[in-house]
Structure formats: C-alpha cells, structure tokens
Design a protein around this ligand. Structure first.
Ligand SMILES: Nc1ncnc2c1ncn2[C@@H]1O[C@H](COP(=O)(O)OP(=O)(O)OP(=O)(O)O)[C@@H](O)[C@H]1O
Ligand SMILES: [Mg+2]
Length: 379
C-alpha cells in the first residue's frame, strides 16, 4: 500500500489511555489487538488489560468520501482492503510488538457497512486461526458503549477522569444510532429510548450538507454554532412535549429546509453561524429532555446508576457535553465521556470491548457471519 502519508498516527508508543501519563506497567497485562472497519475508518490498536493503549492507528477515508457528501459503501470497502494489512502491521510496529506477543484478537463483526466489516473480520479471523489465539467478535456499538471504561474525561474533554463503573446511563449518539441505554454490565444493555427516524449524527451531517459546509457535518456545525445566536431561528423540539424517551430528528431537518428555502437573502457567515447555533440548541434540548425522562423511569430509578455517559461520534459535541454535565450535576451524578480521539470510530474501543468480552469468556468457537444490523439488546 502506498498510502503511508494518509495514515494518522495516534497514541503512539506505550501511553496511558487516560492521556495523562499514568502508564500502568503490570507485566502480567493481557494484550488485545483490536480491528475496526465498519464505516470509513480503518483502524487497529493494541490495548492492555491495565487500560494502556500501546499503539493506535486510524486511517481515515474521509478525504475519499468528501466529494460525495457522505460515505460511499463500495469505495469504503475497497479502501479498507487497501489499508488493512498496513494498518495492522504499523500498529504492531508502533507498540514494539510482534503478533506472538498478542494474547487476544478482536474485530468489529457488525453492525455497519457489510463490505468494510467483512474486510476487518476476515483479517482478524486469518490472524487468529494462523496463530491459534482467541478471537472475539465485537459489536461496534458495544465498542462505543464500553470505551468510557477504558478512558473517561469531563465535559471539556481535557481533564482525566476515572474509568466508569457499571451500571451507567448511556446516551449513545453516533452517525447511525441515537439511543439511551442502561448499561448494567458487559453484554447487558437495556434500551430506554431510541430515535424513531434519523440519528443525531445524520441530522448534523444533513444540516451541514444543506449549508454546503461539507462532510462530516458535526465538527463544522459545532464550530460555527459557537459563533452564532442560538435564538435567531426557531427549530422544533420533536417529541419533547410527549412522554417517553424516544427521539425524532427528521422534523428538525425539514424545518431547516423550510428556513433555508424561505431565506432569499445572502447566506453570509452570520446567517450560517446563527443557523448552526439554533439547530444545535434544538438537538441539545431534545437530548436533555429525553434524558430527563429516562432518569425518571422506574427502571433507571431502581437501578440508580451513578454515572451519566455520552459516547459515539456526536459525543464530541461541546454543547451536548456541557448540557449533559449540567444535567448530571443536577441529578447528583458523575458525568463522563470518552476523550475526543475515542468518540468517533477507532480500533482502541474495539480492542477494549474485545478484552472485556474475553474476560467473560465470550470468544468465537465456530465460524460466524458478520452482521450489517446487530442491536445491542441482542447481545
Ligand atoms: N463535534 C461534533 N458534533 C456533532 N456531531 C459530531 C461531532 N463530531 C463528529 N460528529 C458526528 O459523529 C458521526 C460519526 O460518528 P461515528 O463514527 O460514531 O458514527 P458511525 O460509526 O458512522 O455510526 P455508528 O457508530 O452508529 O455505526 C458523524 O455523523 C459526525 O458528523
Ligand atoms: Mg461508530
């Protein structure tokens, strides 16, 4: 592969997962090689059972998909094939390890774009079979859900926090999902609420596309929102006047289209900033409202989780982090989020979920078929 220049190296060498220098060096630590390829990132990482990320490589395909305004599945699968061997090789090299040093192999086996999932899963299966090492089939969403136990931060994303203990209430907001889950243990997820149409990440991406701001939309809308007036435009807060914990974002997207079509004047920087700020405020209000309802449900009150967690790519959003931290404080809970680098898709979350499942004895003993759809509640 002649794409070395495109590789983004992260957390190289033996570093603490908490990014704060407290590397744990227990020589009996179990090492897991994790592989992620479910969307547009080819990634691998070596994580140990003491929560150290020894190496982490993320090859992002974003530049290849940007001109189409979203991920093209066939292009993604081809790009994963071109990158996977090199990404794994460089991950081992960066950690100063060979495959014989690795104890557990883990890879995403779904849900996701099936062409990409197959590439990572077949690579992991090949390595595990040829080296006789245990193989873990990781649910990608469980990777997002468990990564705060590898590393957690406060709302700013800068300071170190402790790992999150079970049970916790999780807002899982990513490109393809928007769910509130009660996380009782590894493999034990209770669905409290979910979107009835689009995910929050998709809404951010669509708004960005409407404004011609590019893909992925979340980071740029977040940035522009900081410069705008959140009360300038009125966006609806779908379902917020209704009981329950479900979300709906399609009405916000429609409202965005209507506002844009009505506006005949120039869409200058101030317009775009105000538009992004007003849209984002609506998303934040919906998330806060639905979480309030979730905290009031009998099951959540009975289990009484001490920590409120946000995970998935949308967890990078500064306003969502801040609102959730405020909500947690109001409910006498701790707020936790993964560090920014572990919110969007990455191999470290798969390696960590691999280790957590391996500890529970959940290893692959017979051939399995990767799944494009694989709800967490089916684990
Ligand atoms: N700062 C941000 N604010 C809001 N959204 C963001 C931000 N940064 C990234 N995102 C969004 O996160 C999404 C990508 O997250 P992620 O990588 O977890 O999704 P995915 O893997 O495609 O979906 P899934 O995990 O559901 O399969 C995109 O929709 C992107 O716009
Ligand atoms: Mg994801």
């Amino acid at each position: 592969m002649k794409q070395d220049d495109k590789l983004i190296r992260m957390d190289m060498g033996a570093v603490s997962s908490n990014d704060c220098g407290n590397t744990n060096t227990d020589s009996r630590a179990v090492l897991c090689l994790g592989i992620e390829s479910s969307c547009d990132e080819t990634s691998a990482a070596i994580v140990d059972s003491n929560r150290n990320i020894l190496s982490h490589i993320i090859y992002s395909q974003i530049p290849e998909h940007q001109k189409y305004g979203g991920v093209v599945p066939e292009l993604a699968a081809r790009a994963h094939i071109l990158a996977i061997d090199d990404v794994i090789h460089q991950t081992l090299q960066a950690a100063g390890k060979t495959i014989s040093d690795i104890d557990v192999i883990a890879a995403t086996a779904g849900p996701g774009l099936i062409g990409g999932v197959l590439v990572g899963w077949m690579a992991a299966t090949g390595i595990a079979q040829s080296t006789h090492k245990p193989l873990v089939a990781v649910n990608h969403l469980e990777g997002h859900a468990l990564v705060p136990r590898l590393s957690a931060t406060s709302a700013s994303g800068n300071s170190c926090g402790n790992s999150v203990d079970f049970p916790y209430l999780l807002m899982l907001a990513s490109g393809g999902h928007c769910q509130i889950l009660l996380v009782r243990d590894v493999g034990q997820y209770e669905l409290i609420g979910q979107t009835i149409d689009d995910s929050a990440g998709e809404a951010f991406d669509k708004i960005s596309k409407m404004l011609g701001l590019g893909y992925p939309g979340g980071p740029i809308v977040d940035k522009r929102a900081k410069l705008g007036n959140a009360t300038h435009f009125h966006f609806p807060r779908p379902l917020c006047d209704k009981p329950g914990c479900n979300f709906s974002f399609s009405g916000i997207k429609t409202a965005a289209r209507v506002i844009l079509d009505k506006h005949t004047g120039e869409k200058d920087d101030q317009f775009i900033n105000d538009f992004c700020a007003s849209f984002q405020a609506a998303v934040v209000d919906c998330i806060t409202n639905r979480l309030e309802h979730a905290l009031a449900t009998d099951v959540v009150k009975t289990v009484a989780p001490k920590t409120l967690v946000v995970a998935g790519g949308v967890a990078k959003n500064s306003a969502i982090r801040a609102a959730m931290e405020k909500l947690a404080t109001e409910h006498d809970m701790i707020f936790a989020a993964p560090p920014m680098s572990l919110c969007t898709d990455n191999g470290a979350m798969i390696a960590w979920a691999g280790l957590e499942n391996w500890r529970k004895g959940k290893i692959v003993t017979a051939p399995i078929a990767p799944r494009p759809r694989w709800p967490l509640t089916e684990l």
